[in-house]
Design a binder for this molecule. Structure first.
Ligand code: SAH
Length: 387
């Protein structure tokens, strides 16, 4: 096994618990290795720091697995997977949640979502790629799924020198999986849907929306699978309009509404660009949800992203009925809570509306934030009362 020796001073980040070491922080690597191997990490003074995956091609060259000098093997992976599942047993419905959230569960670059009988796995780093079969075996032992499907079809894998991969990893996986979330039924398209097929991270925020929906005219902008729409219907909304630029998303939304509220005339869905729809719509809505895709995929795109959030929110503030409620979100990891608030509050001021904060929302406990890896915090939401 090879040893990675850090540049003097760079051990501090490891001591502070952060699970990443950047390429520029490594002084040298001694011994033979193949990219993706486990290496021992040492300070410049020769003190053992950690066991980590090493991928010289990636800017995040070391992904720390353990701060102890212990074997990183199948048994280790089984223990970590079990820990992740046991943690969720405290509070989650294991059939509709995120089972593994990467660095937050000390399984770097690995995501596993659970939808009914099926699990969807996404792997984003070369080192973890080697342990995929162990992860699958551990998940089978722990939660007995009917099937596990891989959705490692994400561009960031290129940074690790990895190809896009999709396919059945275990058992059988139907094209459409039925899942129940808080008593609401959803079809999840695990094979073709965006990301892993469904955004379980909005579960609690959808339940909150349900409480405000009674008698309201709801616009669910960026609806994707129609999650917020179905909850609004159940909450007793007067009408619900779902909008997404993707025709496939509109199809999924209509199917999910039909699954829960067949032939319910309160709902209509439109495949249209958000900005165009917001420009041409009237002022009939008194509950608006804005849950756009990540506007900033990288830190460099931050300025444009903030402008995007501001423009989008201005349109909603201008049109929402007096006494209306706005659920507005950002899932861009690169946009901080403070930046997002500033963008939204600037939008409110530009529209001249008086606004009160009803709730400040974030990601649920099955998407925990590892306090030593703040990068894991990404979902921000504000529920605003607009006078
Ligand atoms: N609110 C959803 C998740 C939204 S994901 C949920 O609870 O599950 C973001 C969605 O925005 C995607 O479905 C994508 O198709 C859509 N989208 C992206 N750009 C858009 C645009 N310019 N106008 C409308 N929809 C857009």
């Amino acid at each position: 096994m090879a040893n990675a020796i850090l540049i003097p001073g760079k051990e501090k980040r490891v001591y502070s618990g952060h699970p990443w070491v950047f390429r520029s922080d490594i002084a040298r690597v001694e011994g033979d290795f193949t990219p993706g191997d486990i290496v021992s990490v040492y300070s410049s003074k020769g003190k053992f720091l950690a066991k980590a995956f090493y991928n010289p091609q990636s800017q995040i060259s070391l992904r720390i697995m353990s701060l102890h000098d212990e074997p990183i093997d199948r048994a280790f992976i089984f223990r970590r997977v079990k820990e992740a599942v046991d943690y969720r047993r405290m509070f989650a419905d294991l059939r509709s949640c995120r089972l593994i959230f990467a660095e937050s569960d000390r399984l770097p670059a690995l995501i596993v979502d659970s939808f009914g009988d099926v699990l969807v796995l996404q792997c984003l780093a070369l080192g973890m790629e080697r342990f995929k079969q162990d992860v699958v075996d551990a998940l089978v032992e722990e939660v007995h799924p009917q099937g596990i499907y891989e959705r490692s079809d994400v561009p960031v894998r290129r940074l690790e020198g990895l190809e896009q991969l999709t396919g059945v990893m275990y058992g059988t996986v139907p094209d459409r999986v039925e899942m129940v979330e808080n008593g609401v039924h959803f079809w999840v398209d695990v094979k073709e849907g965006q990301k892993t097929g469904f955004f379980v991270d909005q579960r609690e925020n959808r339940a909150l929306l349900e409480r405000y929906a009674r008698g309201r005219s709801v616009l669910n902008m960026f609806c994707y699978t129609g999650g917020f729409s179905v909850y609004a219907m159940r909450g007793g909304a007067k009408l619900v309009h779902s909008v997404d630029s993707s025709a496939k998303a509109i199809d999924l939304t209509n199917k999910n509404i039909a699954l829960n509220f067949p032939d319910d005339a309160r709902h209509a869905a439109y495949a249209e660009d958000a900005f165009k729809y917001l420009d041409r719509m009237g002022d009939q809505y008194d509950l608006i949800i804005l849950d756009p895709p990540a506007f900033a995929k990288h830190r460099d795109a931050l300025r444009n992203a903030l402008q995007g959030y501001r423009k989008l929110n201005v349109k909603a503030f201008e049109k929402i009925k007096p006494g209306g409620i706005l659920f507005t979100f950002s899932c861009s990891q690169a946009v901080s809570k403070e930046n997002f608030r500033t963008a939204v509050f600037t939008a409110a001021a530009m529209s001249g509306r008086n606004v009160r904060i009803l709730h400040q929302l974030t990601q649920p406990a099955d998407h925990p934030v590892n306090i030593y890896h703040p990068e894991g915090e990404y979902l921000k939401g504000l529920v605003l009362y607009v006078e």
